[in-house]
Design a protein. Sequence first.
Lengths: 199, 268
Amino acid sequence: MKINICIVCSFILVSCSTSKIENQVVHDFIKEQLLIRPNCRYVEKQPVKRLLPLEFYEKAFEDRNIRLGDMARVIPNSYPPFKWPVDSIEIQKLKEKYEKENTKQLWKKEDFHGLNLKLVNSKKIEKSGNPISDKLYGSETLAVSKPIITTDKKYAFLFFRIFNFGISFGHTTDKPILMKNLNGKWKTIETYYDPNIIN
Amino acid sequence: MIAANGHPHFNEKVLIWDGFLDTLEGTNTWTGVPATKMLIAQAIEDNIDDSELDPCTKGVLDKLKLLSQNDIASIFEKFGLPTNSTYNLKIISGITNSPVALADTRKISKNNYLITMSNAFINGTSNNLNRPTDLSIALLLIHELIHAHFFALYDDFYNNGNVCAYDQYDCLYENYVTKNYSGTSDVQHAQMFDNYIPKIAAVLEEFKPGLTSQYYEDLAISSMYGLQYYNDKYPAGSAARVRIENNRLAEDNNTTRGAATPKGTSCN
């Protein structure tokens, strides 16, 4: 009985700790973004697919030795020499861990506490056929995935998308990013992209 | 075009390495002329594969090819051409990489590029069957053709031996040569914003003359919507931004939008 209680308590403690880290990652990321996008006021309720940034990173990692100019599927946005802090073993561990997650879990208001962002369900609004309100129209809106935290808790993967609500011809910014825990703050250290396609 | 076995097809213009534009006239007969930029650009235009394009977009593309001052060839010629100009370009109607993208340009392999125009957009299926106007489609095509041109420059720089490919393109040069590009937007759109907006407006004006220069410029700059440069130049809520949005949406949706009415013609 005592052992079971200990196990349950340990599980709760680990879950709370992981949840706190995830929350910190998201907050630090959004603060980074709001510095360069001060007009961004909305967050899409539906998170981006959680494994997406890891899928990008995995392709970049696998193609890391392909010569610039040859066909690599994904490459880092920065310049060589590139760093690859997450290796293939860790990539597999993370895929197994996060593949099981509940993909229907929407963002909640408290996930963005203190960030002056409102949740919006853009797909629901568009499907309703009602005209998009003047207030929302053209607004910069952020869609973001729930973070993937590496086993050593030093790195995190996120995918984000910035789009203008209701504007079909606009360019969206789509980026998988790698963040690092630097003295308790999470900072973006690399972004990745598919160099073979552009809109 | 170069076939998979490396041999050109009968009657195709083939650009070879020695600076001559050679045409295969028969089984073994070639005629060649010095490959000037104009001829190279014209050959690229002539060899665009549009066999899988819907009739509406093909009609727009054919018209763009026939413009006298600002045809497609001039887009490629504007700031220089790849040294080895054997690149293949195909344009199709289909499904874009992202459900919200109206068009995209993809590098299939070295010197081979594919532009996809969104079926849902062209047919109006994503917009209550309101099809875009020819001005809207022309704008999309021009934008993507410039991307194809930039992909070709990339191949020329890395694969075709032209270390000067980026000499006239500041942003691309910073990114690929000096490796110190620090813009917030991706480098291709940054370059487009720097050099190509007047060109896009000029092409549209020749495509559909008789409108105000402001209108053509608005359409041209609307293709930069969402990028940092655009947001800096046209802040949210500004009169210019509203006007640009309305003019663009009027063409995309073939409907009145605010004070804007569509000036182009849709394929309905």
